[in-house]
Design a protein around this ligand. Structure first.
Ligand SMILES: Cc1cc2nc3c(=O)[nH]c(=O)nc-3n(C[C@H](O)[C@H](O)[C@H](O)COP(=O)(O)OP(=O)(O)OC[C@H]3O[C@@H](n4cnc5c(N)ncnc54)[C@H](O)[C@@H]3O)c2cc1C
Length: 490
């Protein structure tokens, strides 16, 4: 049998709006894409529109860690820990090419609640909660159980710990997404393979409502300015930080407060393990080795922000660097080490003392009381568990549509496109709905994921993509300029 051809994405807005859909998904981040894939795999007729490129919002900016929810054991939140274990395992089963095991090391100090004894108890509990973490997982991806290392053993294995006055260290294993943006895109490819109609650079501008029921949405093709309408039996609002924008004209709101969350991709080489640290303010931070570099996260802005507040001011970068230098002494990080600032606007919550923190659990809203029957909004909080949330949302959609359709997304392999270099650039331009140089360089290939490539590399990539898409030389140069500005805008 000849090898199967890689799946493709075809942008056809007339076809997209020609037929009513069972389900319209607005937003093509990890949440929208997993919902579209799950629903299409069950046999629903699905349309998804994304105002920018697939995975270009918050989903481009996560810390690349797929975690099994060890932290939830601290508060004995067993259901969430179980869900994280299951979803971590699911990704290792359906997309082993996109993730790999990574040791995580956390220095431990004298403390009743966070010291070695508490950690040992946590690992014992984790053995129960995560007992099936390796079921059906390829041997290369099986995760050993966590354990506590002595100070001497920890400092001998991980030189980054040598300057710290720790008394022991916790060691456990999670996954890191090596090919983070191809993993996100693979959900789009999987949805399209199952028959979903998807388009990037298409913005939903208004919900269509009739008799207090959402019947579809109006949208505009941002490449041509043409307007279209899609009718659907159910609509999902998976617009990330913009979750309230389509609701506002109808007097509805999720009232989810938002914070800016930030990671720093540096030019420093990454260590062999992810290392945890704590700043003087008590913030937990991680140094994650990613594609050979040290990636640091996650820092949150001290105040709430608006849905499009993506600019990270220098004062915030400096404050983050100061905390990193407290948490990771000896690294002596400065702005000169920063190659790329990851930033996203994410759901927040108020702690009891009034301070702000990242919201931990998914937020899903039905809008029937707002006169918007048939609409579900989701404000996602974890890349790791997006598929599980998608499964639950599509269960609700199926119940609403009166269709009994079983979920298959936890078993359906996500497509890998085993190409690299110029071959992958060409393939992406021809078959994966690339519209801009940024789409090709940041989300279809890893060329620009560690920071701005130099001008010669960008010009070469623009020539390769331009040859496929018929870009004249002036368009190629304009694409290079626009992408350079985009990198500098962080
Ligand atoms: C700094 C940082 C670190 C993180 N680290 C981790 C981690 O290590 N592990 C983990 O599991 N999670 C992590 N997360 C969380 C995770 O990244 C998010 O929960 C997830 O990416 C949110 O996905 P989403 O689809 O809800 O949002 P988005 O990715 O923002 O997708 C929403 C999409 O909707 C589109 N859209 C908006 N309005 C419209 C419209 N009108 N019409 C059409 N499209 C529209 C946007 O363009 C956008 O692409 C991190 C987040 C941040 C910011």
């Amino acid at each position: 049998m000849p090898p199967a051809l890689p799946p493709t994405l075809v942008r056809d807005l007339d076809a997209l709006s020609a037929q009513p859909a069972d389900l319209l998904v607005i937003g093509g981040g990890i949440y929208g894409l997993t919902i579209a894939a799950d629903a299409a795999q069950r046999g629903l007729a699905v349309v998804l529109v994304e105002r920018g490129d697939f995975g270009s919002g918050t989903s481009f900016n996560h810390l690349r860690t797929i975690h099994g929810g060890l932290r939830y054991l601290q508060t004995l939140d067993i259901p969430r820990a179980r869900e994280s274990v299951r979803e971590r395992r699911t990704l290792a089963r359906i997309a082993p090419w996109a993730v790999r095991p990574l040791p995580f090391v956390l220095p431990l100090y004298r403390s009743i609640t966070k010291g070695p004894l508490a950690m040992r108890a946590g690992f014992l509990l984790d053995r129960l909660v995560a007992h099936d973490r390796n079921e059906g997982v390829p041997p290369s991806h099986r995760l050993p159980a966590g354990r506590v290392l002595s100070r001497a053993a920890a400092q001998q294995r991980y030189s980054e710990l040598r300057l710290l006055p720790l008394i022991a260290a916790a060691l456990w294993y999670d996954y890191v997404t090596v090919d983070a943006d191809r993993l996100t895109l693979s959900w789009a490819l999987s949805a399209a393979t199952a028959g979903a109609r998807l388009a990037n650079y298409v913005e939903a501008t208004a919900l269509r409502v009739s008799n207090r029921r959402v019947t579809g949405a109006e949208f505009v093709d941002r490449l041509t300015g043409r307007e279209h309408v899609v009718s659907a039996g159910a609509v999902i609002n998976a617009t990330g930080s913009r979750v309230d924008q389509l609701l506002a004209p109808h007097g509805a709101s999720t009232r989810v407060p938002m914070l800016q969350a930030v990671n720093l991709v540096t030019t420093r080489p990454g260590p062999a393990a992810a290392i945890g640290g704590r700043s003087a303010s008590g913030r937990n931070l991680f140094l994650v080795p990613w594609r050979g570099r040290a990636l640091f996260g996650t820092w949150e802005s001290p105040t709430l922000c608006g849905p499009d507040d993506l600019h990270v001011p220098d004062t915030h970068v400096d404050a983050f660097l100061a905390e990193l230098n407290e948490a990771f002494p000896g690294w002596d990080l400065s702005r000169a080490d920063v190659a790329l600032v990851h930033r996203g606007v994410v759901p927040a919550k108020k702690r009891q003392d009034g301070s702000l923190a990242l919201e931990g659990g998914e937020l899903v809203f039905e809008h029937t009381p707002d006169g918007l029957d048939g609409l579900i909004s989701v404000a996602g909080t974890k890349y790791t568990t997006a598929r599980a949330v998608a499964e639950r949302i599509v269960d609700r959609v199926c119940a609403r549509l009166g269709r009994q359709l079983r979920c298959a997304s936890m078993l359906t392999p996500l497509p890998q496109v085993a190409l690299d270099g110029d071959a992958l650039l060409r393939h992406a331009a021809r078959h994966e709905m690339v519209q801009t140089l940024g789409d090709a360089v940041k989300r279809r290939t890893p060329l620009g994921v560690l920071g701005r490539p130099d001008k010669a590399q960008l010009a070469h990539a623009a020539a390769v993509v331009g040859a496929e898409l018929g870009w004249p030389v002036a368009r190629q140069a304009a694409e290079v300029d626009a992408l350079e500005r985009d990198y500098l805008s962080a």
